[in-house]
Design a protein around this ligand. Structure first.
Ligand SMILES: [Zn+2]
Length: 397
């Protein structure tokens, strides 16, 4: 398709920026986590049960849902940071099984993403978001659209004349979907107990990365921020727009590029945990040493798909568990006891065979040394946060 034809095509798409119908309940089921949460008195005492009625999609003039805490969570929410190499893709499965897919990696990861979703029992994507038209984000979207029922699709008002982007538009057209414009100020109609806000792009930017849709999700007392490839200009505008940026888990913008994750932004988000979706030995130098240092300086524990493969966070609205491909489950917030011998996720790595030693749990460094495993690195079986007090990725040094 020529650039002109594409522009006409995209213009037609935009002309139909109608909202697609509501969300029917998904057939998705997920395995419940074997959580053994001890009561955290402080957190429980701070619980304020909210009976806020569900609001449908609102415009900027409506009350900002960011102010509402939906503490009455009904089960578990899972966030999958899918290992798509140098690219990005996140699957969110809500407490009643509704789904959000943000991006789908490069073209050559389309089958991987489709298979991953099927393995989770996903049959419908209730909300599909293409953060921006770059190939490492929208490459696999056409296959996702072709393979799953799609509720609603959001993309920012920016075009690209690549074959990859054209394929996405054609898949949307084939399915008769209408694209809703991704922009700041939208409350996404999803699970009753989850608050999902689109907080960027705040403005129209000439840079494609800056046009990235940014999603803030809060579930009970836990929160997640999904950045796409948004960079410092968009970050500054999000800060200025005074939306709630605070998040427990930050998907680091633009794969850890130095143009994102500015000091001011990190200080506004104040994450405890960060995820970087990045390919091993990529040509972009992602993530940069500067960004890693900014995270480290703030004591933000960082997970990377190039080191850990698929990374899955599970939360009950209070506690958070993280699990990655080597089968180790680590409680990172709250008091959930490790469930290392009971794999809590339905995801099992096809690449990392599950060995006996993958389930080993060391309670302290004495045990690690006794086993001859010290120092123990992040990603090794048995590694956990408590063994790595300085949080440098190497425990029991
Ligand atoms: Zn990217």
């Amino acid at each position: 398709m020529t650039k002109n034809r594409l522009q006409v095509f995209w213009t037609i798409c935009l002309a139909f920026l109608l909202l697609v119908g509501g969300c029917t309940p998904s057939k998705t089921t997920i395995e419940p986590v074997q959580s053994e949460a001890k009561q955290n008195n402080k957190q429980v005492s701070e619980l304020a049960i909210s009976n806020e009625p569900k609001q449908s999609e609102s415009d900027r003039n409506k009350q900002q849902m960011t102010e509402v805490t939906k503490d009455e969570t009904k089960g578990e929410l899972k966030v999958h940071y899918i290992d798509v190499g140098q690219g990005a893709s996140q699957l969110i499965i809500g407490s009643s099984g509704k789904t959000i897919l943000i991006d789908a990696g490069n073209n050559d990861k389309a089958t991987l993403v489709v298979n991953y979703l099927k393995k989770q029992g996903v049959s419908k994507i209730d909300i599909l978001i293409g953060t921006h038209p770059d190939a490492d984000h929208v490459g696999g979207l056409d296959a996702v659209i072709d393979n799953f029922e799609i509720g609603k699709i959001y993309m920012p008002k920016v075009q690209s004349n690549t074959k990859t982007f054209e394929d996405v538009l054609l898949a949307i057209q084939r399915k008769g979907l209408k694209v809703a414009t991704a922009k700041a100020g939208l409350t996404l109609d999803w699970e009753m107990d989850t608050n999902v806000q689109m907080i960027a792009p705040v403005e129209q930017y000439s840079d494609t990365n800056e046009m990235s849709a940014v999603i803030h999700l809060s579930y009970g007392q836990t929160s997640f921020l999904f950045m796409g490839d948004a960079e410092s200009k968009s970050e500054q505008d999000m800060i200025s727009s005074k939306v709630n940026l605070r998040s427990d888990v930050l998907l680091v913008g633009h794969h850890g590029s130095n143009s994102s994750s500015s000091q001011a932004f990190l200080d506004a988000v104040k994450p405890s945990y960060a995820v970087i979706q990045v390919g091993k030995s990529n040509n972009y130098g992602h993530p940069t040493a500067e960004v890693l240092k900014r995270l480290l300086d703030r004591g933000i524990k960082t997970y990377r798909t190039d080191d850990q493969g698929n990374i899955i966070f599970t939360t009950n609205g209070k506690d958070i568990l993280v699990k990655y491909d080597n089968g180790i489950t680590v409680p990172i917030k709250g008091e959930i006891a490790p469930t290392s011998t009971n794999n809590p996720s339905s995801v099992k790595s096809s690449e990392v065979p599950k060995k006996q030693e993958d389930n080993v749990v060391y309670n302290n460094c004495s045990e690690v040394r006794a086993a001859g495993k010290a120092p123990i690195k992040r990603g090794d079986p048995g590694y956990s946060n408590k063994l790595d007090r300085d949080n440098d990725g190497v425990g029991c040094e």
